[in-house]
Design a protein around this ligand. Structure first.
Ligand code: UDP
Length: 399
């Protein structure tokens, strides 16, 4: 079990001390986080660490999961896609499933006495309808909200406007038509988890070999849910160009989040597409240690997203000292400084060209890798994230 003190070696003693001091007015306050999946995807990743550390600094912090039938998750996945710009037919039946699932959950959640409630993403948004509100309710949106489907946005706004404040990951996701106060809190990674801790090279090699990946050629990887916005097909097309210039291999690793019903179909289609190419490995397996090993074994990490709320996979790869070639979208430019710790790309061709250039230039990869580690240390570690939450809660609770 980790404690905030364990982070001193990474962030410095002063930083840790400051967090303990700032959090003292919140001691014994009770906060509840609510989201819809325990694993798979960035939200669950963050809550796994944040909730532990909030408790460690003395804030009684719970983590509730919204339970629902597949129909509910099909509906909320369509909401997710439409918030990122897809079209959606918002029928009465969909709205009924959405509201009824939230109402049922409200009966067994018993969160009404908490001092503050933090609701993540659209799935649990309507919960607020089913409580007599006695505390600040905060909506934390992890999605790229810069161009939401207007019909869905109008529908969801009726719930959001009941909240006291909203948190978004970057400035450009602030919504002008929401009158509530906004906080900007970028996500973060936890350097001490199985996914991010330091692993010796020989262990890395041995572990990935269990999954059929040898380190005999340079490795390029993308680690992501199998989702159209992550553009796995675009990565494969880029790899087909790269392969003509440099003999290397591509690994696409993903796992299925319980709140994402589309992954299996996309995975099956990709399997058909790559059949016959021995240099492409497609793995569907939930394993944090494998994510860590694969990022460390990679020469270059790709994240060719077309839309991306933030992209924790980029942060994770930078922390492993890897240059990242990633889509110039959403929260990625906040993390990738073009030409310093990787490249921002706008097309398959650009993705291929940048990757080839890096593959041929080990010195540049090393320099970029070093820059990336320090960029993450300064900006995107869980300790900074915890401090942001402490300040927000003090503000909202007037503590
Ligand atoms: N992830 C994982 N296993 C996988 C694929 C992804 O654990 O096979 C994790 C990944 O390491 C990261 C999170 O899921 O911590 C994805 O977060 P990100 O912000 O990149 O994207 P999201 O899935 O939230 O859209």
């Amino acid at each position: 079990m980790r404690s905030l003190n364990d982070y001193k070696g990474i962030t410095g003693e002063k930083e840790v001390q400051k967090i303990y001091e700032e959090s003292s007015p919140l001691e014994n306050k009770h906060v509840e986080h609510i989201n819809s999946t325990f694993y798979g995807g960035g939200v669950a990743e963050i809550l796994s660490s944040l909730v532990l550390l909030m408790n460690d600094v003395g804030i009684t912090t719970g983590w509730r999961l919204l339970k629902g039938h597949p129909d509910f998750f099909n509906a909320t996945k369509r909401f997710h896609n439409a918030l990122q710009g897809s079209s959606i037919v918002l029928g009465e039946n969909t709205k009924k499933i959405y509201l009824e699932t939230n109402e049922t959950n409200s009966i067994f959640m018993h969160i009404g006495l908490a001092d503050a409630i933090i609701v993540h993403d659209p799935h649990p948004l309507p919960l607020i309808n089913f409580y007599e509100k006695k505390q600040p309710w905060i909506w934390r949106c992890h999605i790229d909200l810069s161009n939401p489907n207007p019909g869905l946005w109008e529908y969801l706004k009726q719930f959001i406007l009941k909240y006291d404040s909203a948190i978004v990951s970057i400035e450009k996701y602030k919504k002008q038509d929401l009158t509530l106060p906004h906080y900007i809190i970028p996500p973060s990674i936890d350097p001490l988890t199985n996914k991010n801790k330091l692993i010796p090279d020989y262990v890395v090699k041995k572990y990935i070999s269990k999954f059929g990946i040898d380190s005999d050629k340079p490795i390029i990887s993308q680690i992501s849910r199998f989702d159209k916005w992550k553009d796995p097909l675009g990565v494969i097309k880029a790899f087909e160009i790269i392969q003509k210039e440099v003999d290397c291999k591509l690994v696409l690793l993903g796992s299925m989040a319980t709140d994402d019903p589309e992954g299996h179909i996309i995975f099956e289609n990709l399997l058909k597409k790559v059949k016959g190419n021995p240099n492409i490995h497609l793995i569907n397996h939930a394993d944090d240690f494998l994510v860590n090993c694969l990022q460390r074994a990679s020469d270059i990490v790709i994240q060719k997203s077309i839309k991306e709320g933030f992209g924790l996979t980029v942060t994770e790869a930078l922390w492993k000292g890897k240059p990242v070639v990633a889509g110039n979208v959403g929260g990625i430019p906040l993390q990738l400084i073009d030409g310093k710790n990787g490249y921002l790309v706008n097309s398959i061709r650009e993705c291929a060209d940048r990757t080839v250039n890096l593959l041929k230039n080990p010195k540049l990869r090393e320099e970029m890798g070093k820059f990336g580690v320090e960029h993450v240390r300064r900006n995107f570690l869980i300790t900074r994230h915890l401090m942001d939450y402490i300040r927000l809660l003090k503000d909202q609770l007037k503590a």
